[in-house]
Design a protein around this ligand. Structure first.
Ligand SMILES: Cc1cc2nc3c(=O)[nH]c(=O)nc-3n(C[C@H](O)[C@H](O)[C@H](O)COP(=O)(O)OP(=O)(O)OC[C@H]3O[C@@H](n4cnc5c(N)ncnc54)[C@H](O)[C@@H]3O)c2cc1C
Length: 452
């Protein structure tokens, strides 16, 4: 059986960065991914949110920033677009709204190249299906590959599967808020041939697309990757049917004629249940087709629009999380918690897409600041050689509403990959790692752990 220093399970938003940081820290690293490409949810056509806090401070650096820079270099992104305003409703302060749009096909390519350059071994189209333990140590994992079952060993494992699949298969404690209490799910859609400028004009008229006063300050203009300038972020409520509540949507645009929408939703889904996932996929496909048809009929600028693609899987905002040595709470997020073992930062407001399908709720971080995320949130209770990254780290459901944003997930990936590599090098459990050692290495690699 082949043995590695580190195996990362899940090559999505957090896992792709974890594998790069692990390999760059000197560990022989295998990255296992069930799809045929890297990127996971970061390939759905969403913008990175959360590189900057509401007061305009940069809180994410390191490998995530390098990824953005490399996409910019080859024309796959214009980089960060800043300068929107977000009324917090508190009267004391407003947030700066910023986002980082990119073409997801460029992300797939750039991240693959960065992983290969770092020396990561990729095992694509391979699904984690089982684990073998010796007491609290995972000795090997089992994968379903195109050759059938395969076993691979490592000193340290990283769980970046989104739903803590590795932690759960290994039998370490996990938690789930349960059907009806978790955020709703969405198929993100890319739509071509939309006249976005006309669409925004119609928002001002408050006919089919309504809510101008809610959203106008977050309608952001900027450069597009094909050289034009225009709206890069649009939002509103689409009143498509008289007998149904309007659909709140956000749209991000990186090319003149193409825009990606987050508009449909399905409620009552437990993403760890096969029947729920089937219901979500089937329902969201129906939703997408009817929304596109109706928007073509009703929305100015949408008359000749066509569906380019739906996300490779239905997008899951919330699922299973680990029970870590520490659990980050809503208070830690809002009150800008700082921790001696902080290894990444979060800055986006708590963004909860209503489990019942109602309006999305935002809770803002005090003063538009940011918070630290402790390393202990990445270590499953009782485990000896496992680190976790992405939306399945140890948080409460409310805190997840902020931690789940992609910039934060990528920073968590960098921390988890570095920690796994250092633990393997030192032949110690990740839970016993000297925190200074980890933090110093992350700082050398340009991660941002503190802001003044
Ligand atoms: C609809 C929607 C809209 C969102 N909008 C935004 C936004 O605009 N901006 C923003 O910053 N964030 C947004 N988010 C949040 C963000 O995209 C996610 O929370 C984040 O990408 C999760 O990262 P992750 O690494 O934990 O999971 P993922 O990126 O999903 O990665 C998990 C990876 O593990 C792989 N995997 C799973 N199980 C196995 C297995 N058994 N074997 C092998 N591989 C496996 C998957 O294929 C995947 O590649 C949105 C989320 C959703 C769902």
């Amino acid at each position: 059986m082949k043995k590695y220093d580190v195996i990362v399970c899940g090559g999505g938003t957090a896992g792709m960065i974890a594998a790069i940081s692990s390999a760059r820290t000197g560990a022989s690293t295998l990255l296992v991914e069930r799809d045929g490409f890297l990127g996971g949810t970061a390939t759905y056509g969403l913008p990175f949110l959360g590189f900057f806090s509401g007061d305009g401070t940069k809180v994410i650096g390191g490998i995530p920033q390098e990824l953005v820079d490399r996409m910019v270099e080859i024309g796959g992104s214009v980089g960060h677009v800043r300068g929107g305003t977000w009324k917090t409703g508190k009267g004391e302060y407003d947030y700066e709204f910023s986002l980082t749009p990119y073409d997801p096909e460029f992300l797939k390519f750039v991240v693959q190249e960065m992983a290969l350059e770092a020396g990561v071994e990729l095992m694509l189209q391979s699904v984690l299906i089982g684990t073998q333990l010796d007491k609290n140590r995972i000795t090997y994992i089992e994968l379903m590959t195109v050759e059938g079952r395969k076993k691979v060993k490592a000193d340290v494992f990283v769980d970046a599967t989104g739903d803590a699949m590795l932690t759960w298969l290994a039998g370490f404690p996990t938690k789930l808020r349960g059907r009806g209490n978790m955020q709703n799910v969405t198929h993100v859609i890319r739509v071509g041939n939309v006249d976005v400028e006309r669409m925004v004009e119609s928002l001002k008229e408050e006919k089919v697309i309504i809510g101008f006063k809610d959203w106008y300050i977050r309608l952001l203009r900027g450069k597009l990757i094909d050289g034009d300038e225009g709206f890069v972020h649009v939002a509103g409520h689409a009143k498509l049917w008289d007998d149904k509540p309007p659909l709140t949507f956000t749209g991000v645009r990186w090319r003149k004629d193409e825009i990606s929408f987050n508009i449909t939703r399905t409620t009552n889904i437990d993403p760890t249940k096969v029947s729920d996932i089937n219901r979500a996929e089937i329902n969201e496909r129906k939703n997408v087709m009817s929304v596109i048809k109706r928007m073509r009929e009703l929305v100015p600028g949408f008359e000749k629009a066509y569906l380019i693609s739906t996300s490779v899987r239905v997008g899951i905002r919330e699922g299973r999380r680990i029970q870590g040595i520490f659990t980050l709470t809503e208070k830690d997020v809002i009150e800008r918690g700082e921790f001696p073992d902080g290894i990444a930062r979060g800055a986006y407001p708590i963004d909860i897409h209503d489990p019942k399908g109602g309006e999305t709720k935002f809770t803002f971080i005090k003063g538009g600041g940011s918070y630290g995320i402790p390393y202990r949130c990445l270590i499953p209770k009782g485990s000896d050689n496992l680190v976790v990254a992405g939306r399945c780290v140890s948080t409460t459901g409310e805190a997840l509403g902020s931690v789940r944003l992609m910039s934060t997930c990528m920073a968590l990936g960098q921390a988890a990959g570095t920690a796994a590599a250092l633990a393997s090098k030192g032949s110690i459990s990740p839970s016993k790692l000297e925190i200074d050692h980890l933090q110093n290495r992350l700082l050398e690699d340009k991660a941002i752990l503190k802001v003044s």
